[in-house]
Ligand binder design. Sequence first.
Ligand code: SF4
Ligand code: SF4
Length: 145
Amino acid sequence: MTEEIRSQAEQLKELLVRSSPLIEEYTAMVCPECSDVCCRQKHGTFREADRIYLGALGIEIPPSDPERTPEGPCQFMGPTGCVRPRWLRPFKCTWYFCEPLLAALNEGPQKKARQLSAALQEMVDCIYQLEEKVRKGEESEIAVK
Ligand code: SF4
Ligand code: SF4
C-alpha cells in the first residue's frame, strides 16, 4: 500500500464526512415518512470499490450476516437508522437517491442542491483516481516480479 493510495482514500473519507450533514438535511426531511425503506441487506453489501477504499484505510469489512435474506432489513439498520457513519458505509448507500429525495432536492434551495451534486461528483472522481492508483500499483508490482 503506497502513501499515495492511502492519502487518496483519506481524501475520500474527508469528502464523505464533510458531505454527510448536507445529505442528512434531505434524508431527515424525507425518510421518516417512508413506507418502503431502502435499507435492505442486499444494499448494505460491500463491493469492490468499497473494499479498495476501506482496505486503503486499513479498515476491516464486517462479515455479512448469513442469516439475512437479500430483501430483508440490512444488518446495519438500528432503531434510529444506520449504525455506521457514512464514511464506513458502502458507497451505494450514499449514491442512492430515491424519487422523494430527488424531489426534495429539486424543490429545495438550488444552491444547496448544486453543492451536493458537486460533492457527489468529487467523490466519484476520487474513487476513480483511487482505483486507478491501485491498478497502476498492481501493474508495477507484476512488472517487478
Ligand atoms: S432514501 Fe428514500 S427509499 Fe430510502 S428510506 Fe429514505 S425515503 Fe425511503
Ligand atoms: S445506509 Fe446503513 S443500514 Fe442502510 S443499507 Fe446502507 S449500511 Fe445498511
